[in-house]
Design a binder for this molecule. Structure first.
Ligand code: B12
Ligand code: SF4
Length: 526
């Protein structure tokens, strides 16, 4: 039978990759991609699978050359490295297959580099390919006719990964999202009807995560609350599981803003020990929200977007968000408006992107028709503007400059810690209420758990004080952390705040890199 190696290529540095923060958190990468251990679990017994994540270990090409099949996955931010790896494997005569989010939307990008390509979900096509490969009659391209029935998805093989190298473990409850944002490739690939696993599957995965020693887990659903009724039922099961085991896991996830309209759902998420939620805010510009069909962000029910963010925070979850600049309805005023919104929403971690048209999305099709797309290669080879979209009401230069300035403004020490302190000191955010309640009834466990959190906070602090080269930043992190600890003595909050200092360092480094890149592009243009 086959000797199979599956590779996740190195990521380029990105906002959520938190690459610059990793050394201070004692890990190598934020989390493993969910697809490799899942593909391993989908591989029929008899084959031998090795997983390689280049973000935590180097690729041994000699080892790959001895395998029968080498598979490569990847997102758009891995495409360059994917191609390098495939080219090297081809040079060595290795039989290669490729799949994942990037080739699913841009299959011609790897033309001639892989023997077999997988488009979209692969729960049915991967085992089918292996059977056909064994019989010497495989195809060059596989695409599932039907979307995966989530009730058939097996428990991922986490035992094949070096889980201690990651900050988070990952689990997926559902796929798909009911909304129809114009720029989104998720609904193109996974559809608008949320499909959900059974509670037995999810709880078995949670047991597996505890077994490999994880305490923090990212629920990697496209939108956790796509089917509210089904997710509420599942959350009730997760709450029972947590209570019975002493709340071994805390979760972060992604959800749409209508979460802030549903008190029962927020309560259930908090009780299940979900402590943070990433929300696609995109923009406070209502014309742009209408343009991009983000109708859920415009809905008056439950108040404004700002009200809903505050309500989620008051329920006990930190909100992280994504914002986008460069919609057709954006003009030069958008950057200040975004900055104001993020400040008023007291969101410390805001990921800013320029509008990018991902192939196969409705946005991509519209802009291609209007002749407003630039080729990817231009971005890759020329320093570029960081997006393939030609904006309508501002120049590309002004958009890029505004984006860089916005990132800079959001991550100055005063702006970032101002938002953080408003949330943790003024609004007194209280995450993990259910676990705190549980531990208060068990003093010994309380002591052990909080002792660990305090130890982690001190370790991060020491690493920051030793590792940050900038004296002013070090002084500020020390001062802010001491002040927080003075007012809020809970070890959980102190540990979170220490992590936030490391996250600031990552954002600060990203801003420095962006500014340097902008200077380089300006010099090039001159
Ligand atoms: C959870 C998530 C995250 C998490 C975790 C990321 C991680 N490291 O795993 C966080 C929040 C950290 C994150 C960050 C980012 N993400 Co993200 N993320 C997702 C999300 C919502 C789910 C991914 C997931 O785990 N899916 C579950 C697995 C099982 O599905 P899958 O990977 O698609 O795999 C299936 C098939 O594709 C196939 N398959 C996959 N690979 C292969 C390989 C072979 C050989 C075969 C046969 C089959 C196969 O089989 C699997 C089973 O069916 C997706 C949206 C989506 N649904 O794809 C976006 C998504 C993947 N992310 C995206 C992006 C851009 C990013 C960031 C770059 C954003 C940023 N600017 O910072 C960063 C990258 C940071 C990093 N270093 O990880 C884009 C990628 C766009 C693209 N088409 O390439 C997506 C599609 C969302 C979007 N449209 O914006 N992300
Ligand atoms: S809410 Fe998020 S996942 Fe759903 S369609 Fe919009 S961008 Fe895509």
């Amino acid at each position: 039978m086959a000797d199979i190696v599956l590779i996740n290529p190195r990521f380029e540095i990105s906002y959520w990759g938190l690459e610059h923060a990793m050394p201070f958190l004692g890990v190598k990468a934020i989390m493993p991609v969910a697809n490799l251990p899942l593909l391993a679990a989908l591989t029929p017994s008899g084959h031998h699978v090795t997983l390689v994540d280049e973000n935590v270990e180097p690729i041994d090409f000699g080892r790959c050359a001895r395998a029968h099949i080498v598979g490569v996955t990847g997102m758009n931010v891995q495409r360059r490295r994917m191609k390098e790896i495939l080219a090297e494997l081809k040079r060595r005569g290795v039989f290669t297959v490729v799949g994942g989010p990037w080739v699913t939307v841009q299959e011609d990008d790897i033309a001639g580099l892989a023997d077999v390509i997988f488009i979209g979900e692969a729960e049915e096509t991967w085992p089918r390919f292996l059977a056909e490969w064994s019989e010497g009659r495989h195809q060059a391209r596989y695409e599932q006719a039907e979307r995966t029935d989530m009730a058939t998805v097996p428990v991922p093989r986490l035992d094949l990964l070096r889980m201690k190298d990651y900050a988070f473990g990952s689990v997926q409850f559902s796929r798909g999202c009911p909304f129809e944002c114009e720029f989104c490739d998720i609904i193109v690939t996974f559809g608008r009807r949320p499909r959900i696993k059974t509670s037995a599957q999810v709880l078995a995965e949670l047991d597996g995560l505890v077994k490999v020693g994880k305490q923090s887990v990212f629920i990697v659903d496209d939108n956790l609350i796509g089917n509210k009724r089904a997710i509420k039922a599942l959350l009730r099961e997760v709450i029972g599981w947590q209570e019975a085991r002493g709340y071994p896991l805390s979760f972060a996830t992604e959800a749409s803003i209508d979460l802030g309209e549903d008190t029962e759902l927020m309560e259930l998420m908090v009780e299940a020990n979900i402590t943070s939620v990433f929300v696609g805010i995109e923009t406070p510009n209502e014309a742009a929200l209408r343009e991009t069909k983000k109708v859920q962000n415009l809905r008056a029910r439950g108040g404004t977007m700002l009200d809903k963010v505050h309500r989620i925070q008051e329920a006990g979850m930190e909100v992280w968000c994504g914002v986008i600049v460069g919609f057709d309805n954006d003009d030069a005023g958008i950057f200040a408006a975004q900055s104001r919104f993020v400040r008023e929403a007291r969101i410390a971690s805001a990921m800013v992107n320029m509008l990018v048209a991902i192939p196969r999305t409705p946005l991509y099709k519209r802009l291609a028709k209007d002749g407003r797309l630039t080729p990817l290669e231009d971005e890759e080879n020329s320093g570029g503007f960081g997006t393939n979209v030609v904006p309508l009401r501002i120049s590309r230069e002004a958009l890029y400059a505004g984006y860089t300035e916005l990132m800079h403004d959001l991550y100055t020490l005063d702006a970032y810690f101002g938002r953080l302190d408003e949330l943790y000191l003024d609004a007194c955010l209280r995450p993990a209420r259910a676990r705190t309640r549980y531990l208060h009834r068990r003093p010994l466990r309380w002591l052990k758990f909080n002792g660990r959190l305090l130890f982690e906070a001190v370790a991060i602090f020491v690493l920051l004080m030793r590792g940050i080269p900038d004296t002013a930043l070090r002084r500020e992190y020390r001062r802010r952390l001491m002040r927080l600890a003075w007012y809020r003595r809970e070890p959980q909050i102190i540990q979170t705040y220490a992590i936030k200092c490391a996250m600031h360092w990552h954002a600060h480094r990203m801003v420095q890199e962006l500014l340097a890149r902008r200077r380089f592009s300006t010099d090039l243009a001159a």
